[in-house]
Write a protein that binds this ligand. Sequence first.
Ligand SMILES: [Zn+2]
Length: 442
Amino acid sequence: MQELWGRKVLKKEIRDSERINEEGLTLPTMKELNEREIQCLRCGQVQLKQRVQLMNQHYYCPECIQLGRVDTGQFFYHLPEPDSITRKVHFAWQGTLTRGQQQVSDELLASVKKAESRMIWAVTGAGKTEMLFESIHYSLECGYRVGIASPRVDVCLELFPRIKAVFPEEAALLLHGKMEEGYRYTKLVVCTTHQLLRFYQAFDVLIIDEVDAFPFVDNPLLQFGVTQAIKQKSSLIYLTATPTEELTKKSDQKELEISILPARYHRRVLPVPKIKWCRHWQEKIKKGKSPKTLVDTIRTLVSKNDVLIFCPSISLMEQLKEAVEKKFPEIPSASVHSQDSYRLEKVLRMRNKEYRILMTSTILERGVTFDGVSVIVLGANHEVFATSALVQIAGRVDRREEYTAGEVWFLHDGCTKAMREAIKQIKKMNTLGVERGLIDEM
Ligand SMILES: [Zn+2]
């Protein structure tokens, strides 16, 4: 019953469910806290009993129902992880780390050896994944079970083949909500943070990528999943380019070790966003006009690079698209958002330089790299643009080896704390990079 090792699943989720009664341990699915409240033991959320009672007098959890309904009429099935056995693991990575990356990689390895947790704060485009390889290799050779989880499916999809290529002979599993492949036991798992809710004391090393990203950030359900999925003695590794306040606080109070990589491999500073007043941008776009400041900025930037324009909402973006097309009829442009079924195709076309201007919702704030782009955030003072979003968006510029003088512009009509914080964070990283000798003077 390897299928149950380190798992905590319902009977209907088990392939070989005939045998579970002989071999699997059963665990309760919910816990009555008092007269009024009951807690789900998969997602940790507390419910009022009267609101979650079923016709048959049992209780259920509405919070994690998308993973299959948990109710008090069922059990979880579980088997503990077997003891670790050391072994040889083929490591096929040929690259070299920069000095900054190597330092972080060493610190991470030291943490894994001590079974302590650590946050890695690496600027956008720093090459986070490569810094993990040595620790993953060490862990697998110790016989540890290693999980790499991200809140975003597309990050998992991109990560999995890269990890597979580094450990070509290692059985690895990719888990996310939309997959067809069934579950099987492997020592190496790449999954969405939602999938962690099905693990129980499974991982010796668990790496959470993009810990500041939706839907993980501020989500107690997914954070409960993490605490359940790790072994009591384990390393929990957080990766981020924009740490949450909670993590920063933990590291300030010395509760969490931290490694900072303030520079990209090409040793240039991060582009610092410039801000420009753009009066009544929202009203103007709603009237079908393009604000003059925007038009001027596009004109300047597009003479050197392609331009990504981030918009705070889809409806505003659609209106803006028409206005921009009118002003720049000779320049090929498009718009893209999360519900756009041609999303991947449009991103590819932008990458292939078939478009020169791409208007986008926050969907492209992370995980994409374009050659030779500048970025405009239109209405940077809008509430959707939190500090982390603005740092990520600014991080789309100058990611490649070749320098193209890409710029970042925040257009606004009322500077926000998030805008100031984002600029402060970027400058802080640049200063740190220069101090550590990881950035060359331009
Ligand atoms: Zn639940």
